[in-house]
Each structure stands twice: as C-alpha cells, then as structure tokens.
Design a protein around this ligand. Structure first.
Ligand code: ZN
Length: 465
C-alpha cells in the first residue's frame, strides 16, 4: 500500500508546482520535490493531483430508471418512480457498483448513498450496497433512506390536518433497523460509514427525526436529509408546523455540524442564518433541481453567510447520470445568472475545494480527508493533462471545472489503496458490470403512469396551476 507519486502537478496559492507525494500505510507522509521513492513508484508527470471529491448525495438504485421518467416535478416524478417493479438485491448490488464507477471516473473517491430500502429486506439491502462498495473500494457513506409517512403526505393538501393512510412499517421498527445496521456495518476505519437519514420533513414525523437524533448521538453518526427541495415542500412545512422547515428542524435539534442537507432550494434569509449558526452543510444538486424544475438553490447566499456547501449528483433518474464533474460545473456557473455581482461567482478553485474539503466537512471527516495535506488519508485522484479535453495547456483546474473533461481520471486511491490505474477501475470487472446492466434491462419508451394521473389533479390545484 506504500507508494510515491513522482513529479505530479499540484495547485498552490499562486499557481501550480511539481512535487512528489509519499504515502505510507494509507497516509500522506510527505509532499515535496525530489523525495525518495518509498514503495511503488507512480509516474505523476503531466498529471494533476487533487484530493478526491465527494458525491455528497445520491440514490444508487435509481440507476435502473435513468433516462426514462418524463419531465415532471419532484412530487409527480416520485409517484412515477415508485411505479417501477420493486428492486431485488442483485439490482441493488449492480446499481451501487455503477454509481461508484461513474463517481470514481469523474473524480469522486467518496459517495453518500441515500439508499432506498427494499420493503421487508431492509438489512439485506444495506448489506448488499455495503458489499458492493467494499468490493470496489470507494469510501462509502451509506444513508438508509427512511420515512414513516405514506407518499400522499408529501403533497400539501390546503387543509390543516389531512388524513393519510398509515405507512406500512412503524417508526419504532424503522429505527430498530437503523440501529441494527449501525451494529452490523458501521466501520468508518474500513471505509463504510452509516448515517441516519430520514428522507425529509415531507414524509417523516417528528418521532422519526427525534429517534434519528438519539441514534446519531448514541453512536456518533452523521445526519443526512433532503431539505426544501421544492416549492410544494415549503408550503407543506407551513401546513405541518406553522413555521419554516428549517426553524422546525432547529427546534427539534436535527441541525448540527454533522448534518448535511440535500437541495436547500427554498430557504429564506432567516433559514440561511440558522444553517450558518448550526454549521449545517448544504449539498447542492443542480442537475436534479433543473431536471425536476425544483428551482435554483441560493448557493452564493449560503457561501456569503458562511454555510458550508458541497456537491451531489442526486439519484440517477433525476440527473440522469452520476458525473460529478458535470454537477460541479453546472453547480458553479449556474449562479452567474442568479447573482449579478460577479465578485461572488464561484471560481474553479473554489469549486474544487467545495467538492473535496466541503464534502469532507459535511461528513465530519475533514480532519482525515478532503485536502492534499501531510497526515491525511490518501484519497487521491490523478488527472491526465495530456487528455484531449484538457488541452491545450491553460489552467488545469480551470479546464477541469469549466471544460467538458472526458476520461480524464488516470489513477485514484482511497485510503492509499489504488482503485483506478491507467484510466481503468482495477478492483472490479467493469465489462462484466456493463454486461449485467445490459442483460437485466431493456429499451423502453416513457409509459403513462397511473399514480401520476391520480395525483396530478390535487397537485395542480394546490400549486395553483
Ligand atoms: Zn435525493
């Protein structure tokens, strides 16, 4: 596991420099020119070395429905998504691998999988995703997606106390599953971390949130949730709590320095201050927000308020890919049209820091990963600066973020273990994965959805359409 990267290009404050990097037992032990080679010699010439990025919010199993769901807002899109045949564990395994491969090949070395659980096979689902991530070797933050209200509760009703059918599993049973998952799979030192991850205020009771807070306190777990992704959720929060979702989550104690919140599109200035005070992290999922028409998150306001922001791809059926560099690019330049003051626009170097250190902060692991720093774990990516999409030679990070880099990842390591070499994932057989994904699917065109037809009337009425 010991190696030395020779002559890699790294960013420094006022440009770039060429250095050697020694890694011993998974830890970066030296960064300087002309170091002796310890362990394997890695040729870093004409390559850019960066800390690995974090794909800070996704749902791996949506891989099976990417490209097929028509343009619909989140609430109706979800109804459509739920109509597909239930997953089996083999699909969970393959889509976790697919998500990991695409994340790795676009500069990510960590993934937060807000994992959809197969009803009745919840622990099996988690075990399967964990197995896939262990095999491929990506650093995985598995956040089992839980709720305790039925789907119809997620749409505002226009009434103060609507009746919805009960969820099929009790809150206590759900929390017991998560606690068991922690006992069985939470091994941060081995690269597998379990998070408590109620899906969001739209489908969760306070009892579920509070149970998650208790588990996170007891086992020192990070917290993850969707937050105010759509205008409908903003309305729903007012109906449900009589205040904003952020105020409510602060009141019950869910927000903290180890809480990361996906989307955060519909927050007020007061809400933003609460996120800053509580040191919560915003996970920006720009492609999903565009795809579902959710809106544009006020990312520059977050940054000016001192809120930590990082990037996620979101599930592959609301994106419809897992290309982290694409999410970083769109998530950065999107705000040039929302905020006229260009002095606050995100620079490529800031984007890279948000994607690496920002992601690590949101998972409370920034002391261990997220930057090229001696003493940190070696979650590293080497980009091939001779790739056509990174030529001619200009500003390597500028072109990596603002360009359209394709097949640029030459090598990647997680905790010092090499996962990509010469542009190829070495830990699993990607050709076999491609074959399995092909064999277990078929070409299809968009089909009409009965659930969407049922819900559409109410949705259009409540949303004033
Ligand atoms: Zn999501």
């Amino acid at each position: 596991m010991d190696f030395t990267i020779k002559n890699a290009v790294i960013p420094i404050t006022d440009g770039y420099t060429t250095v050697d990097v020694q890694v011993v037992n998974g830890i970066i032990t030296a960064i300087a020119p002309d170091l002796d080679v310890i362990g394997t010699r890695i040729n870093g010439e004409q390559k850019l070395l960066l800390s690995g990025f974090v794909n800070a919010h996704t749902h791996s199993s949506e891989h099976w429905q990417r490209g097929v769901i028509p343009p619909l807002p989140l609430e109706l899109w979800l109804a459509h998504l739920y109509e597909f045949a239930p997953l089996d564990t083999e699909q969970v395994y393959l889509s976790a691998l697919g998500t990991a491969v695409e994340t790795l090949l676009s500069g990510g070395t960590s993934v937060v999988d807000h994992l959809v659980l197969i009803p009745g096979k919840e622990l099996e689902t988690i075990a399967t995703a964990v197995r896939a991530y262990q095999e491929i070797g990506i650093r995985a933050f598995v956040a089992p997606l839980i709720q305790d209200e039925s789907l119809s509760a997620g749409i505002p009703s226009g009434e103060s106390s609507p009746i919805h059918e009960a969820y099929f599993r009790s809150t206590a049973e759900t929390l017991a599953i998560i606690e068991e998952a922690v006992r069985l799979f939470h091994r941060p030192e081995e690269g597998i971390t379990i998070l408590v991850a109620p899906t969001g205020i739209q489908l969760c009771t306070d009892a579920l949130f509070i149970g998650c807070i208790e588990l996170s306190n007891r086992y020192n777990l990070c917290r993850h949730s969707h937050l105010l992704e759509t205008k409908a959720q903003e309305k729903l929060a007012q109906e449900k709590y009589g205040c904003s979702a952020v105020e409510h989550l602060q009141r019950i104690g869910f927000l903290s320095a180890s809480t990361s919140l996906a989307h955060c599109v519909w927050l007020t200035d007061a809400d933003i201050n609460i996120l800053a005070q509580t040191q919560s992290t915003v996970v920006h999922n720009p492609l999903s927000n565009l795809r579902l028409g959710s809106g544009i998150a006020p990312i520059l306001k977050y940054r000016q308020a001192g809120v930590n922001v990082t990037f996620g791809c979101d599930g592959a059926s609301s994106n419809d890919s897992q290309d982290l560099l694409e999410a970083i690019k769109i998530g950065s330049i999107l705000h040039n049209v929302t905020d006229f003051d260009y002095q606050f626009w995100i620079t490529p170097r800031e984007s890279v820091e948000m994607a690496s250190l920002g992601g690590a902060k949101g998972l409370n692991i920034d002391a261990k990963i997220g930057s090229l720093t001696v003493g940190k774990q070696a979650d590293l990516v080497l980009y091939d600066l001779t790739n056509l999409s990174l030529l001619p030679r200009t500003d390597p990070i500028g072109l990596l973020v603002l360009g359209r880099p394709s097949n640029v990842v030459d090598s990647a390591w997680v905790n010092g273990k090499q996962i990509i070499a010469d542009g190829v994932v070495t830990t699993i057989n990607v050709d076999e994965l491609r074959q399995e994904l092909f064999n277990r699917s078929q070409w299809e065109t968009t089909r009409p959805s009965e659930s969407v037809a049922q819900m559409e009337g109410r949705y259009r009425q409540v949303m004033g359409l």
